[in-house]
Design a protein around this ligand. Structure first.
Ligand SMILES: [Zn+2]
Length: 375
């Protein structure tokens, strides 16, 4: 086993502004927690510094004209065409250093693919990636460049079979839209239902088109879905489809915004679900490229990503600060005392409704998608 923790301290120097939910400090805090819990100092782990991605490689997924608009926006030149591409809104503000930030993030994800296909790595993790809402020529949902889309395009070009598993609380619409007609990449997204959450898409009936029919799988989750219901959906759908498709590489977007404390979403899960799901994905992956995705409760998300890094490497987090008293406690420990939450199993009417709805969706996927993939 050889695994890469892709990290640059530069990630956390950018700033979306004080009122924006996306906090770049995530990278720095995950790095600190991984050191603190002794999750990096292992013989098979390398910490690798990324560089920015060049225009030629960005164009694997993006329209060049759009990339130039982004570059100009970042240097302070205003152009009305920017508004048409979703730039300069509250959601996708234009700020100093924007272009360097997004090309560095894309560079980190691209580097992950290269480490997997050329350097013998089996796991690569970029916590500052997974910007799955960006389109080929527009920004939306805090995403300017779709690093996962670039990674998929790159791997397809190199002839690999790719499975994309999106666990972020929001539907991975940018990836679905770009590869809807493609049977070389299996796309599976588990997310809060579009009835209650942006991007208002990702229904189970969106199963792909043309040769891509059956290669796009959505599991919309009702508000209040807990760990038990989530893992019911995951275990019934993901392992059988991945086994049937048999990918060379899995790309995972492990958004921490499914957590019940996340300010933007309405699920009722702890990080136990993600831990179990990622354990299963790790065991199903010949090679795994993991991306952070969303997560807007800063400390809880950082704690979750650190836990997932431990899971990907099959190691138990150990608190190297344990025993020290006074003044050493910060963020995550105040709420939990460890990286990991206890499973959240709820009861009552909301839970019963959610479970029933998820059983219906799973039944639909088994009936319509499974036969198309021979699962
Ligand atoms: Zn999200």
């Amino acid at each position: 086993m050889k695994s890469a923790f892709i990290y640059s301290e530069v990630f956390s120097q950018y700033d979306f502004g004080p009122l924006h939910p996306f906090k770049t400090a995530r990278a720095k805090i995950v790095n600190e927690l991984c050191h603190r819990y002794n999750l990096l100092d292992r013989p098979w782990i390398e910490i690798i510094k990324p560089g920015p991605l060049c225009m030629e490689k960005l164009s694997l997924f993006h329209n060049e004209e759009y990339m130039r608009l982004l570059e100009n926006a970042s240097s302070g030149t205003f152009d009305f065409a920017m508004l048409g591409c979703g730039l300069g809104t509250d959601e996708n503000p234009v700020f100093e250093g924007l272009y360097s930030m997004i090309t560095l993030s894309a560079g980190a994800t691209y580097l992950g693919t290269e480490l997997l296909i050329r350097q013998g790595f089996t796991v690569a993790f970029n916590v500052f990636g997974g910007f799955h809402h960006a389109g080929r020529s527009h920004a939306e949902g805090f995403c300017y460049i779709n690093d996962a889309g670039i990674a998929i395009s790159h791997l397809l070009q190199e002839g690999f079979r790719v499975a994309y598993i999106d666990l972020d609380a929001h539907h991975g619409n940018g990836i679905q839209d770009a590869f809807f007609n493609d049977n070389r990449v299996l796309k599976i997204s588990l997310h809060e239902s579009g009835k209650t959450l942006y991007p208002w898409s990702g229904y189970e009936t969106e199963i792909g088109e043309g040769v891509g029919k059956g290669y796009n799988v959505n599991i919309p989750l009702p508000q209040g879905t807990d760990d038990e219901t989530y893992l019911y959906a995951f275990s019934h759908v993901v392992p059988p489809l991945i086994k049937a498709f048999s990918p060379d590489i899995i790309i995972g977007v492990f958004g921490a915004d499914t957590h019940h404390t996340d300010p933007l979403t309405h699920l009722n899960m702890s990080n136990y679900s993600l831990r179990e799901a990622v354990k299963s994905i790790r065991d199903l992956s010949p090679k795994l490229l993991a991306l952070g995705g969303g997560g807007y409760n800063l400390y809880t998300s950082a704690r979750t990503w650190s836990l997932l890094w431990a899971v990907m490497n099959n190691i138990e987090p150990e608190d190297t600060f344990a025993g020290l008293v006074g003044g050493m406690m910060f963020g995550p420990e105040l709420e939990s005392g460890s990286l990991e939450d206890a499973p959240l199993h709820t009861t009552g009417a909301e839970k019963e409704l959610a479970q029933k709805e998820v059983e219906r969706v799973v039944g639909y996927i088994k009936k319509t998608v499974f036969p198309l993939l021979g699962a």
